[in-house]
Ligand binder design. Structure first.
Ligand SMILES: O=C(O)C1=C[C@@H](OP(=O)(O)O)[C@@H](O)[C@H](O)C1
Ligand SMILES: C=C(OP(=O)(O)O)C(=O)O
Length: 444
């Protein structure tokens, strides 16, 4: 099967005899969004290598073009972005499935004397936007559609004041929207994080020439914009997405006779909670060739078939692995004993209610799992689960990939629906998994 078949809707993952190989995964999604957006806001031409060419990121590229930037892909696969000047978009900005595109763009638009209407697909139109709109309105932006919490909605920006905002949700999207709006605000702009979220915006704003201060005080993180808030074009090199690397690596851990290396994975410490958790579960997972590239840690990660034991994951760790709970749920199903993961309220407002969907999918595959308030409990049997089920993904790419991985080592095949959504974050997933020996086929 080629990746074309991955667009057909249903895919089936079946037991493989072993996964082996050395691969690279597509570029990090968070960095890709930011590289395009910051490039579009900067003076001069930004060169991006390793950009994730997934649907979410391509939505961002189209949106910044509609707002005034020039974006092109060159023959060698790198991208060029020429910054502004920004103007109101003639047509709505369709953010597709991407929460990051919608929320970061809202922040950027809020800071300028322009207006933009935001739309999205069925999933994105059901996700909360007030979390970003509330601080942006407090800074002086206007929401043309009253106090709406959902797309479609129209943001009118211009003449903002500063803000000091407590980011209780530990959301990097909220923080980034505030910082981006703050680039054009008068006065202090500060975000306080009781639990730090991914810091790619801070790191990349610095490489685009902005003053951004990050400080840890009394167990909280303070992020503050300094005086210099003007963006200058910068070259950005993007390493492999750890949230994508998670799928082949966990597949190797649970499938007999496997050894998989993913080269050049982004290892920013605010993104590596899954790897720490897998180590606690006894996984044979090793990082080699650890190095700093463009201000971010990068390395090669190898995973080998392992006997996993159960784990308890504290709420404090959740932001550093927020997109990895679906695949951790699969690892926990193969582990010996009861795993508990705390502090997962945010999973309910992702592309689907991931907490409910993980429980439903695992249960269908013969694994006892439940949610208890904001925690996930998985009763691992220490052996391969039955499988032999149809999993409803609710159009959620991470659920589709997770359950296809589960099929690689389950008693009977696992079928997922709406597999075309995988292309939002991991184009080429099925082909890459095939190159390792995975069995993923078009389903009836
Ligand atoms: O800022 C980002 O690039 C992201 C932040 C996270 O969302 P929240 O900010 O809602 O936690 C994450 O789930 C998403 O995939 C990407
Ligand atoms: C939550 C995710 O992305 P976003 O919020 O950008 O839609 C994700 O990729 O798992």
């Amino acid at each position: 099967m080629n990746d074309q078949a991955a667009h057909s809707g249903r895919l089936v993952g079946s037991a493989s005899t072993g996964l082996r190989g050395i691969i690279q995964v597509p570029g990090d999604k968070s960095m890709s969004h930011r590289a395009l957006l910051f490039g579009a806001m900067a003076e001069g031409e930004t060169k991006i290598t390793g950009l994730l060419e997934g649907e979410d990121v391509l939505r961002m590229a189209t949106a910044v073009e509609a707002l005034g930037a020039k974006v092109r892909r060159t023959g060698d696969g790198s991208w060029r972005v020429e910054g502004g000047p920004w103007h109101s978009a003639d047509a709505p900005l369709d953010c597709g499935n991407s929460g990051t595109a919608a929320r970061l763009l809202m922040g950027a638009v809020a800071g300028m004397a322009i207006e933009a209407r935001f739309t999205g697909d069925r999933s994105l139109s059901s996700r909360p936007m007030r979390r970003v709109l509330a601080p942006l309105e407090a800074m002086g932006a206007r929401l043309v559609d009253g106090d709406s919490d959902r797309l479609p909605l129209t943001v009118k920006g211009g003449s903002l004041n500063g803000i000091s905002y407590r980011n209780e949700a530990a959301s990097a999207q909220i923080k980034s929207a505030i910082l981006l709006a703050g680039l054009h605000a008068q006065g202090e702009v500060e975000v306080i994080e009781p639990r730090p979220s991914r810091d790619h915006s801070e790191n990349m704003l610095r490489s685009f020439g902005c003053d951004v201060e990050s400080m840890d005080r009394h167990g909280e993180r303070f992020i503050r914009l300094g005086e210099r808030r003007h963006l200058k074009a910068s070259d950005v090199e993007i390493a492999g997405d750890p949230s994508s690397a998670a799928f082949p690596l966990v597949a190797a851990l649970i499938t007999p006779n496997s050894e998989v290396t993913v080269r050049n994975v982004l290892l920013n410490p605010l993104r590596t909670g899954l790897f720490a958790t897998l180590e606690e579960m006894g996984a044979d997972i090793v990082v080699a060739n650890r190095r700093v590239r463009d201000g971010e840690w990068v390395g090669d990660v190898t995973a080998r078939t392992s006997r996993l034991k159960s784990v308890e994951v504290p709420a404090q760790r959740a932001p550093s692995m927020i997109d990895e709970y679906p695949i951790l749920g699969i690892a926990a199903a193969f582990a010996h004993g009861r795993s508990i993961m705390h502090g997962l309220a945010e999973l309910r407002v992702k592309e689907s209610d991931r907490l409910a969907a993980i429980v439903a999918g695992l249960t269908a595959c013969g694994v006892a799992a439940r949610s208890e308030e904001d925690s996930l409990v998985v009763e691992g049997q220490g052996t391969a689960p039955a499988g032999g089920c149809d999993v409803t993904t609710h159009g959620d790419h991470r659920l589709a990939m997770s359950f296809l991985v589960m099929g690689q080592a389950s008693g009977a095949p696992v079928t997922v629906d709406e597999a075309e959504m995988i292309a939002t974050s991991f184009p080429g997933f099925a082909d890459l998994m095939h190159s390792l020996g995975a069995r993923i086929e078009a389903g009836a």
